[in-house]
Design a protein around this ligand. Structure first.
Ligand code: NAD
Length: 716
């Protein structure tokens, strides 16, 4: 069956529809590219065609990109180059058609899909929320390979193009218009009519000027001069290096392809683009990032039916987390009531929610009306009025079991019998909390991560009595809120915080032993962590981190209890960013250098080791995480290593290029891990003693993925 069909109207406008048979989405597989190749020859020879509109036959997407399965299958550089060459060849043919072409874009237009649209003479996009244009290849460890690194800068100007190519981020309709990526923005209902009208208007007209962005004179001058262009490239390279610590080769390769093409012309640019793609596609980093993409897709899918549809929600507690959670509900069209005991907190929670709406409006993710509508769905109170109507309540009050139990009882006194109650607790037992409930089957954990608007993960926690329907409903709700749910069993700190805490604690221990805050944070940053351990402690709040470590220590033993310095600084009122006093100094919300006063708080009884190397810093922090992860699998907090990896990547930003904590562990090998743990145990004590499952794996020389039967094809 053909993926394309076309008709020619009486004025000579061909309407070419791409509709991949048997699939909900359009993607550019090799087979599709071959078919398009032949079709373009046919169209080029038809003298009656005066202009052409390229559209998608799918309801909700234009083209989502090349076929990721094919990219995943690439194991040698020649295959990568071939794939890119073929794409370039076909899109060059599209560009060279002897008549004007208009891409009519509604829904995601990604990667190869956008490269195809760039090869058209004009682009018209719908102003629908679903419409997003991006070259996300760097997120898969590769670069655009169908000519995107050459065409995009010629259409939007250099700075706009680099912003998209180096980050992979999406551009929405209004911005697309502004940067010249779209020649027209219109309503989806009249998209095709407008595209046909545009095509007709352009019949016989010469090709338009390439750069169509509205740029200031300054930017124009800067970008047109080869010398000043060098400044742009250098600054882009510095930004990439600063943000990736040199761990991601793809953005640097993309930069090289753009730069080379600008200096030596498109032909040379295409060649280097395909060479670089050939280099990148077979690498382990790319395979890791692709696995992550699949994992994300898996988590987005809903295997179970929710028992109820959530129409109205309540949020209890309007602190750091409550405001962000309420914003999510509002944005997704769910009415939400926010309650706090403190009227000031209600006001600041609403303010926080509005700030997020404003940011998303300014970025073009939401229109002004959508932002206003979303915010209007949120109302604040200091009593339980309105809570009788809610289908679900998310509790985000202080981390204290007695307070949480009393809030749960108060809620149940006014709530309808079917209402689900979830706690955003970071560490307290859901099973224990549910003892206070008349309906323990309706009580679960719904653990968002900070900042709520940015972190994709929601841990859904199953208490002993939580019903499967409640879990399915909360997982579905998390997806509806745009998050990725990972379902875990109850236990101290659940999954993510339990694994994170030994890492944070070890950083504090290394500080006690004579290493500086910067030294430790820099070592962890160069490993690829999104921020140093001390920055993270300040972000989470040292008070909360201390409480969580304390609860984990009580539940899991001394290996996790708060280190002495953590306890001292907490008790002396160092709470981190929230009160401007932490391991770092703050001016307002801006972080300055490390706070030297912390060093004077190091308890005398801790023995000093003096400065240790970067490698040891990373090893000690990471090995403890691996150990805790092994225990979580042993204790069935979660049963799949890939889901555990996903939870850490989406929850705390564990470096995606490493594929996850347990993939990283598998790369080290269980034997190496056990040897290192044993030698650290001798030097630093029991907390490094390897657990049984790791010893067993070292003996049988098996990795976590292999043991779970999830071993994937090894990268070449
Ligand atoms: N801060 C984080 O990084 C983070 C991340 C994930 C989960 N959590 C969890 O979320 C919960 C809230 O954390 P936070 O950082 O937002 O705390 P916070 O101290 O900023 O806010 C708690 C709010 O709860 C209010 N409150 C106290 N008792 C109440 C009651 N009886 N009824 C209604 N409101 C009441 C307080 O006035 C305060 O505004 C905690 O369980 C915490 O462990 C926090």
């Amino acid at each position: 069956m053909s993926a394309f069909n076309y008709r020619i109207d009486k004025e000579g406008v061909a309407i070419l529809t791409f509709d991949l048979p048997g699939d909900k989405i359009n993607k550019l597989t090799t087979q599709v590219m071959e078919e398009l190749d032949r079709l373009l020859d046919e169209l080029a020879g038809k003298r009656e065609i005066k202009a052409l509109v390229f559209r998608s036959g799918k309801e909700s997407n234009f083209i989502v990109g090349a076929d990721i399965a094919e990219i995943k299958g690439i194991t040698d550089r020649e295959a990568g180059e071939r794939l890119s060459r073929k794409g370039q060849h076909v899109l060059n043919k599209l560009e060279a058609l002897p008549f004007a072409t208009v891409a009519a874009i509604h829904g995601p237009c990604m990667g190869g899909g956008l490269e195809l649209a760039l090869a058209c003479t004009y682009r018209i996009v719908s102003n629908d929320r679903k419409t997003a244009l991006a070259l996300p290849e760097v997120r898969l460890g590769i670069i655009p390979g169908f000519g995107g690194t050459q065409r995009l800068p010629r259409i939007t100007g250099l700075a706009n193009a680099l912003d998209m190519i180096l980050t992979g981020k999406s551009v929405f309709a209004q911005k697309a218009g502004k940067i010249g990526l779209a020649d027209e923005v219109t309503f989806k209902e009249i998209l095709l009519d407008r595209a046909i009208a545009l095509a007709k208007k352009k019949i016989g007209e010469p090709r338009p000027a390439t750069i169509r962005a509205k740029r200031s004179l300054f930017i124009r001058l800067l970008e047109s001069n080869p010398l000043t262009r060098t400044v742009i490239f250098r600054s882009a390279q510095n930004t990439v290096l600063r943000e990736t610590h040199g761990n991601y080769p793809a953005p640097l390769a993309a930069l090289k392809a753009v730069r080379y093409g600008m200096a030596h012309g498109s032909e040379a640019g295409y060649t280097i683009e395909s060479n670089l793609l050939g280099n990148l596609a077979p690498t382990e980093i790319s395979k890791n990032l692709i696995s992550l993409f699949y994992l994300q897709e898996l988590l987005k899918k809903d295997p179970h039916r929710p028992s109820i549809i959530i129409r109205a929600a309540g949020v209890l507690g309007a602190g750091v987390m409550g405001g962000g959670i309420a914003q999510l509900f509002g944005e997704k069209g769910i009415d939400v009531r926010v309650k706090d005991i403190n009227p000031g907190a209600v006001a600041s929670g609403l303010r926080e929610a509005w700030q997020i709406f404003r940011k998303r409006r300014d970025k073009g993710v939401l229109t002004a009306i959508q932002a206003r509508d979303g915010f209007d769905r949120i109302s604040g109170v200091t009593d339980y009025s309105g809570f009788g109507k809610v289908d679900v309540a998310v509790e985000a009050v202080v981390e204290n079991m007695n307070v949480k139990k009393s809030v749960l009882r108060d809620f149940e006194a006014v709530a309808k019998d079917s209402a689900i109650y979830v706690s955003n607790t970071s560490s307290l037992s859901i099973t224990d909390l549910a003892l206070a409930s008349k309906h323990p089957e309706l009580v679960a954990g719904m653990h968002f991560f900070n900042p709520v608007e940015k972190m994709q993960l929601v841990e859904v926690i199953r208490g002993k009595k939580t019903s499967p329907e409640t879990i399915a409903t909360i997982a579905a709700l998390a997806r509806r809120l745009g998050k990725l749910p990972v379902i875990v069993n109850d236990g101290p700190g659940f999954l993510v915080n339990r694994i994170l805490m030994p890492y944070l604690n070890e950083a504090v221990t290394m500080l006690e032993q004579g290493n500086t805050i910067e030294r430790i944070d820099n070592a962890l940053l160069s490993f690829g962590m999104p921020m140093g351990a001390f920055i993270l402690l300040d972000e989470i709040g040292i008070d909360l981190a201390y409480k969580v470590a304390d609860i984990l220590g009580q539940g899991l033993g001394d290996r996790i209890k708060p280190s002495p310095l953590l306890e001292t600084v907490y008790k002396e009122g160092y709470y981190g960013k929230k009160n401007g006093k932490g391991f770092y100094l703050y001016e307002g919300r801006k972080r300055r250098g490390p706070d030297r006063s912390v060093y004077a708080r190091i308890p005398q009884r801790t023995g000093s080791t003096g400065e240790i190397g970067h490698e040891e810093i990373v090893e000690r922090a990471l090995l403890l995480m691996i150990m805790e992860a092994a225990l979580c699998l042993e204790e069935n907090i979660i049963d799949r290593p890939d889901l555990l990896d996903g939870a850490l990547i989406f929850g705390i930003g564990f470096p995606p290029f490493r594929g996850g904590l347990l993939r990283y562990a598998d790369k080290l090998g269980a034997k190496t891990i056990v040897d290192k743990l044993e030698s650290y145990a001798e030097k630093y004590g029991e907390r490094f003693k390897p657990p049984l499952s790791l010893l067993e794996m070292a003996k049988t020389d098996r990795g976590f993925y292999e043991k779970a039967g999830l071993e994937r094809l090894k990268a070449a």
